[in-house]
Design a protein around this ligand. Structure first.
Ligand code: ADP
Ligand code: MG
Length: 681
């Protein structure tokens, strides 16, 4: 913004010392702040034809007064005044409550404009807002601002209007004209004026479109410039490996890779060989085969004589990956170690020694792996499974230990792409969007609780055919204790029902050892039905389990339900997911229906985002999402994607770093600290 826009709000007529303080308290200091205090909604005073007005809506009509106002007083200070007016040849009654003081201002033959609640059957409007004269076309959409303290919305409207009148001309363009032309965006000046004082919906739409795009482009530029900067300044590591050997390894796998897996492997191999540090997010639906991609990546690191660490969120999962990889790497000479909180005493010493000397090439474990007294010989690659459970903190810990490894984050919680590129804008994203061939879709059914008996009979039948079942217990928000109690109750009930079967119980209060024992018994089919809280959510692989029964399924998010569902359907047999729920609201019903109809985790997570908002993906408190002034990642995802691509090509293009028209954008990067002290070209 032009310098004059940095003047304090008090330069405006009507803002004294007191008002200035109040404005400061709600974060408005300068003229520019006022301009960027965008309305969060608009009151619509658009005058519509009478037959388009909906019953009980707040509407605006305009007509000519036909009668003298009739006032009736009642109670103390209460009054009811009615007057008739002609609107499009229809006689309408306007009712004013407690506003008898208007009586003298209403004359037969006057044209008036009235907003209020419309009664379509009685042709009556209950007046909220009354104005003399015909409707003002420039005031059809009245902005509503967030406010606080003694500052009213009306005052804000006035201040912003006068700021626009006095300083509007000083608003400078920030986007190169080529962008404005390509996307047919209005100028910055017009957009600010229109967002606060829209002449009509069309104008408002374009103003908003422009401001959203500008905000997202600047945000993406910052993220990507930051990424570029970090890459240029860090040492990173070049992994030299023999691609022939990778190909041979892939050929030896018991299956051939899907196209998506191949594509993703190529993307990762390219990163590995590159001197820049890899910082990649690998997303793939449950069962899409991320683990094998991780294994190939670690094999490449091994060939390049670097150690790898694979971090997973639970001990069960660590154990499972460890066993799987031992099998996978058995003919390769790769030495694998397991390191979790339960690796103790002598075993721990041995593992630590092997990791430190470099005798161990791949270490699989929980985050104990990087937090404790573990020293690597040459850590070149870190892979984390379910990355959202590992914080930025752990990454910093690694760096503080002096490791600058390539990093690959894997997640089966399909974070909607829009959100991924927003929050992880500094990462590259690879997506496995294809399941291995021959997978039978899981049949999903939503049933009411009264059907439980039938469901249990069905499970009984499956078990008699040699299969197994998971039963997930109701989730009680923010209370692990109650969740555990639920699991214990359900377990007791099912034990009574399935007298001839083994019903196991699993919850977060058990020790790691106990959990392992139970999982082992389940995977050896010694337990037929596993009653559990959501601790089985992540990664567990028991191919013989074919039924997933979820109690009170409407309490879970769609993505979480999808994760749970992904525990079955891992073997050759037809699998089933049964959602037990009696949702009260429409959203709950809709969500159950979506689950029945959709198998695509990404589609589900986009839906989840729409229905529940982004908080769920990152914990409700710190959503981790940047605070946008006008953009909304859910609704503006197309603009976000466009902005991301534009930012990427800007950063790559030589013009951007030299041409005059990009001056503003470059300055923005400098001001936001991303390019401090760096030569721009
Ligand atoms: P994810 O970790 O993505 O949920 P996994 O890596 O556990 O998925 O893979 C699920 C199952 O599919 C495993 O049993 C794995 O061996 C198998 N699998 C992986 N890739 C393929 C493939 N291309 N073809 C057939 N089966 C595969
Ligand atoms: Mg997995």
């Amino acid at each position: 913004m032009n310098g004059s826009l940095n003047q304090p709000v008090s330069v405006l007529i009507g803002i004294g010392e007191e008002k200035e303080k109040e404005l400061n308290q709600i974060g408005l200091f300068t003229i520019a702040d006022l301009f960027q205090h965008f309305p969060y909604r608009y009151e619509n005073h658009e005058v519509l034809p009478i037959d388009q007005l909906r019953h009980d809506d707040r509407v605006t009509i305009s007509g000519v007064i036909q009668t003298e106002p009739a006032v009736r007083f009642y109670g103390r200070k209460k009054s009811r005044m009615t007057v008739r007016l002609m609107v499009e040849n229809i006689l309408v009654t306007a009712v004013f409550f407690n506003r008898a003081f208007l009586k003298n201002r209403i004359k037969r033959g006057d044209t008036v404009t009235i907003s209020g609640k419309w009664d379509k059957y009685k042709l009556t409007i209950t007046v909220q807002d009354f104005k003399q004269g015909a409707p003002d076309p420039t005031k059809q959409l009245e902005p509503v601002y967030s406010t606080g303290g003694n500052v009213t919305v009306k005052q804000l409207r006035r201040f912003i209007t006068s700021a626009l009148a006095a300083y509007g001309e000083h608003i400078e363009e920030s986007l190169p004209s080529s962008f404005l032309n390509t996307y047919k965006l209005p100028s910055r000046k017009e957009s600010y004026k229109a967002i606060h004082r829209p002449a009509n919906k069309e104008q408002l739409k374009h103003a908003r479109r422009r401001l959203v795009y500008e905000e997202l482009l600047l945000f993406q530029l910052k993220m990507q410039a930051f990424k570029r900067q970090e890459r240029l300044s860090s040492k990173g590591c070049i992994h030299q490996f023999d691609e022939e050997k990778i190909s041979a390894f892939i050929k030896e796998l018991p299956f051939s890779l899907t196209h998506a897996q191949k594509r993703v492997v190529n993307e990762i191999m390219k990163d590995m060989k590159d001197p820049l540090k890899m910082n990649r997010l690998l997303q793939g639906d449950v069962g899409s085969g991320k683990t094998v991609v991780a294994s190939i990546t670690m094999y490449a690191a091994y060939l390049a004589k670097a150690q790898s660490a694979l971090m997973v969120p639970t001990e069960i999962l660590a154990e499972q990956h460890y066993q799987g990889m031992k099998e996978l790497f058995k003919d390769t000479g790769v030495v694998i170690s397991l390191l979790t909180g339960s690796t103790k005493g002598k075993a721990r010493k041995e593992v630590n020694a092997a990791v430190e000397s470099g005798d161990s090439h791949i270490v699989v474990g929980t985050h104990a792996l990087i937090q404790e007294d573990v020293t690597f010989h040459n850590l070149g690659l870190v892979i984390t499974d379910e990355q959202h459970r590992f914080g930025v903190e752990q990454r910093r810990v690694l760096r503080d230990k002096g490791y600058e490894p390539d990093v690959l984050f894997m997640t089966a919680t399909p974070i909607p792409r829009t959100l991924a590129i927003t929050v992880f804008g500094d990462m590259d994203v690879s997506i496995i969007d294809e399941l291995p061939a021959g997978r039978k879709p899981i049949e999903t059914y939503w049933v009411k609780h009264q059907m439980l008996e039938r469901v249990l009979r069905f499970i009984h039948k499956e078990i008699n055919q040699g299969r197994q079942a998971y039963v997930i217990c109701p989730l009680i928000e923010e209370s692990e204790k109650l969740d555990v109690q639920n699991a214990i109750d359900v377990h007791a009930q099912l034990q009574q029902y399935f007298t001839d079967k083994h019903v196991g119980l699993m919850h977060g209060r058990l020790s790691a050892e106990e959990k392992d024992q139970i999982m082992e018994a389940f995977s050896e089919c010694k337990i037929h039905i596993l009653v559990s809280t959501t601790v089985v959510e992540v990664g567990v692989n028991v191919p013989n389990a074919t039924v997933m029964l979820i109690y009170d399924a409407d309490r879970f998010g769609l993505s979480q339900l999808h994760q749970l569902r992904g525990r079955v359907g891992r073997g050759a047999h037809q699998s089933y997911c049964i959602l037990l729920a009696d949702p009260k609201g429409e959203t709950g019903k809709e969500r159950m229906q979506i689950m029945q109809e959709t198998e695509d985790g990404f589609a589900l997570s986009e839906k989840d985002l729409e229905l529940r908002g982004p908080g769920d993906f990152f914990g409700s408190k710190q959503s981790g999402l940047p605070d946008f002034k006008i953009a909304d990642v859910v609704h503006d995802y197309r603009a976000l994607e466009t902005a991301r691509q534009d930012a990427a090509s800007l950063i790559k293009s030589k013009d951007f770093w030299t041409a005059e028209e990009f001056q503003y954008l470059r300055n923005y990067l400098k001001q936001s600290g991303v390019l401090s002290g760096q030569k721009l070209d």
